[in-house]
Design a protein. Structure first.
Lengths: 179, 127
């Protein structure tokens, strides 16, 4: 398989989860999409020649850095905007029913159940400290092993285990009844 | 690189299932933008792969300039141009060329009689 084809397969395999991970960190769809696109660009531009096994931790490390940068920038912007007068309707987007349509059909009851579970889990995850959130999403959601997660997070394997364990404990505490 | 979980608990399994469900529920706009992002990244890779040699152009130019500079700096009198610089101790080759190219200069070899005159004059000087 050519590098280009392998890269495409890799990006297809991670793009949805990457978006969800970025979305949980940034709480904004457009920012999350920008972060994912930047991470894809950077991976392809700088690390395409690296062995394919190294792509997952590299990609998630780039994505994590990008999300963190955007969070910092947003904090600074928020402080500046707090001093400026608010204009009503500035950030409102026109509602597009086609764009907002769910991609798969499920029964209304199942949809409701899923939406509740997803909402509860995403809220609980977004309330975790950033490192616990990262460890949980990379290990549990993305399925990276401890070593790759440590590489993606730029920390030791011991730290990954600690963050993951604490994240699980916190989530169990919040979601135990629902899950 | 991915781990097929070392005995995940039911809670871990359930959270993963729910998160996977959330990705299946992404709207059309998001999926479209993800596809566009992927294509943009891959297009950039294709472009940079085609133009890899362009990165070496400045390096090659700098190397060529360095070689020329070294040639002129280390051996300025050993090139073909400088061999013409002096044909005798009195003037440069460029002056000789100017003289020969001058339309008003005497025609030394056009007349055989003048050649004989110069041979005679040379013999007189030597004697």
């Amino acid at each position: 398989m050519t590098t280009s084809r392998a890269l495409e397969q890799f990006l297809i395999s991670v793009e949805r989860r990457a978006f969800k991970i970025a979305r949980l960190g940034l709480r904004n769809d457009d920012d999350a999409l920008d972060a994912v696109q930047d991470a894809m660009m950077k991976l392809v531009q700088s690390y395409a020649s690296r062995p394919a096994e190294e792509w997952p931790p590299l990609f998630y490390r780039i994505l994590s850095n990008r999300v963190r940068d955007m969070q910092r920038r947003r904090t600074v912007r928020g402080r500046i905007m707090a001093w400026l007068p608010v204009r009503d309707g500035e950030d409102e987007e026109e509602y597009d029913p086609i764009a907002q349509a769910p991609s798969q059909d499920v029964t209304p009851a199942r949809r409701l159940e899923l939406d509740e579970a997803i909402g509860a889990l995403e809220t609980a995850i977004s309330e975790l400290p950033p490192r616990q959130q990262q460890a949980f999403l990379l290990r549990n959601f993305e399925g990276l092993d401890v070593s790759a997660t440590a590489s993606a997070m730029g920390c030791s394997e011991g730290s990954v285990k600690t963050h993951y364990f604490r994240a699980l404990e916190a989530l169990r505490g919040k979601l135990g009844e629902v899950f | 690189m991915t781990h097929e979980s070392d005995n995940p608990t039911p809670f871990e399994k359930r959270t993963r299932e729910v998160l996977e469900e959330s990705t299946a529920k992404l709207d059309g706009r998001t999926l479209s933008r993800l596809t566009q992002a992927r294509h943009a990244a891959l297009a950039r890779q294709a472009t940079s792969a085609r133009q890899w040699w362009r990165g070496w152009v400045p390096v090659g130019a700098a190397a060529a300039a360095a070689v020329l500079a070294v040639m002129f700096w280390v051996a300025p009198g050993r090139d073909a141009g400088s061999q013409l610089a002096t044909t005798n101790g009195n003037g440069s080759a460029l002056e000789d060329i100017d003289l020969l190219a001058d339309g008003d200069a005497p025609d030394f070899v056009s007349d055989s009689e003048e050649v004989e005159f110069y041979e005679w004059a040379s013999g007189e000087i030597e004697s």
